[in-house]
Design a protein around this ligand. Structure first.
Ligand SMILES: [Zn+2]
Length: 433
């Protein structure tokens, strides 16, 4: 019977067996540096939480309900421990980084700007062709264990990237968006953004019209169904727009280009469950780029590409079908809120476009002669080096959508940029000796 002596005499050693399996895996050994250390501690916390749950066995005279609850807790532990096995290849990846080293350094810099220094970044190639991120993968289980106090307080972040993109340095500003998710989570930014969206006077009458439109199209839906559906879309879309805004502030125009290369190949203006239409994403991003002062640089290096993206962004204004038109219009109206929340978070760590542009143009000039753009009279800023890489690539391959694709295929340039980013970190370390 579920939770009786026979059941528990199987379950208790079975859970201990799973714990032993995980503990014995050589990939769980302590890493030599700090990369992966917090993720490992997080897994050890999970094991500690499971051991705590094993020890919480019911008294011998406990009733059937208590015994059943204990058995359920043990079965849940097995599920959780088995899912923890997916962390083992992540830990292994910290010992042999697959990602271009220059990109890895720059990504760690983005993490510092967006989340803070109390972060353990683990960058792992993914079998699926997708960029994604997970923070605190076992937090819910650990925190849901009564009487257990986790020892790890450093946020583990796992970033996935498509293995084929390991050296696609031009695309890696996408990581700034992915890290944006951790920043939004850490600082509860979605709630702040949604509150701003809902504070617009036009929001409530327009929402009422959207609810009515959905109900007439779907007569079986109640008001509560429609409200829940709208709230979920609003939260998800606001989160994505915040991540874009944060990424643009810390990575600059290279983020805009990387985003275009990645997402415009997947969809154009279709609204997604979790992602807003790309027309809306580019509308907000370009408004932000203009507000920050990127336009002179963009118009100098890529007026054609700026025009192409401007055309995409203009189509955000032509939505007419409910309920998406309500969501798109509400978010468009609150564009400033996203830009302000991003600025409040990135502060002095945001790129200054005019400074970045000066470094980028110096780097681009050197790159166009295949010279490693590292240090002249003073060291070049790493984010400027990456922008200079794009600048040189667009100059070489053409300021047009097809030239843009050719730029992202230019392995030689990206290798040089990656090397320059790496050397710049080494030089900086020497300078501090
Ligand atoms: Zn996202």
């Amino acid at each position: 019977m579920d939770g009786d002596d026979t059941d528990l005499s199987f379950l208790v050693p079975r859970v201990s067996q799973e714990v032993a399996l995980l503990k014995a895996d050589p990939r769980l050994a302590a890493p030599s540096g700090t990369r992966g250390a917090a993720l490992r501690d997080h897994v050890l916390d999970l094991i500690g939480a499971v051991e705590q749950r094993i020890s919480a066995s019911p008294a011998s005279n406990a009733g059937g309900l208590a015994r059943k609850a204990y058995a359920r807790s043990l079965r849940q532990a097995v599920v959780e421990l088995q899912s923890a096995h997916r962390a083992l290849p992540w830990l292994e990846a910290t010992r042999t980084p697959h990602l271009n080293l220059g990109s890895l350094f720059l990504t760690e810099e983005y993490a510092g700007h967006l989340i803070g220094t109390n972060v353990d970044l683990v960058v792992v190639p993914d079998a699926e062709y997708m960029y994604s991120t997970t923070s605190w993968p076992f937090r819910e289980y650990i925190n849901g264990t009564p009487g257990f106090a986790p020892s790890n307080t450093r946020r583990p972040i796992v970033l996935n990237f498509p293995l084929t993109d390991a050296d696609s340095v031009f695309l890696h500003p996408i990581f700034a968006h992915e890290l944006g998710h951790s920043s939004v989570d850490e600082y509860d930014l979605t709630a702040a953004a949604v509150a701003r969206v809902e504070s617009e006077p036009a929001y409530h009458p327009e929402r009422a019209a959207a609810v009515a439109a959905v109900k007439s199209a779907m007569p079986t839906w109640t008001d509560a169904d429609v409200d829940q559906w709208l709230d979920e879309r609003l939260d998800a879309w606001a989160t994505e727009l915040l991540c874009d805004a944060l990424a643009l502030d810390v990575a600059g125009v290279p983020f805009l280009f990387a985003l275009a290369s990645f997402v415009l190949a997947l969809s154009y203006g279709e609204p997604g469950q979790d992602h807003p239409p790309n027309t809306l994403r580019f509308n907000l991003a370009l408004q932000q780029a203009t507000a920050r002062g990127w336009d002179p640089y963009l118009m100098a290096i890529a007026p054609g590409i700026r025009g192409w993206l401007g055309g995409v962004s203009a189509e955000a204004l032509t939505y007419s079908q409910q309920p998406f038109s309500f969501l798109v219009n509400a978010l468009l109206r609150s564009a400033d809120a996203f830009h302000e929340l991003a600025a409040a978070r990135t502060g002095a760590n945001a790129i200054v476009p005019s400074e970045c542009a000066a470094h980028a143009s110096t780097a681009a000039e050197l790159l166009s002669h295949s010279i490693l753009p590292v240090e002249l009279d003073e060291p070049l800023d790493r984010r400027g080096i990456l922008a200079g890489g794009w600048e040189a690539a667009i100059a070489r391959h053409g300021d047009s959508p097809d030239g843009f694709v050719a730029a992202t295929s230019d392995r030689t340039l990206q290798e040089l940029v990656g090397k320059a980013l790496e050397s710049s970190v080494v030089l900086e370390a020497w300078g501090q000796l």
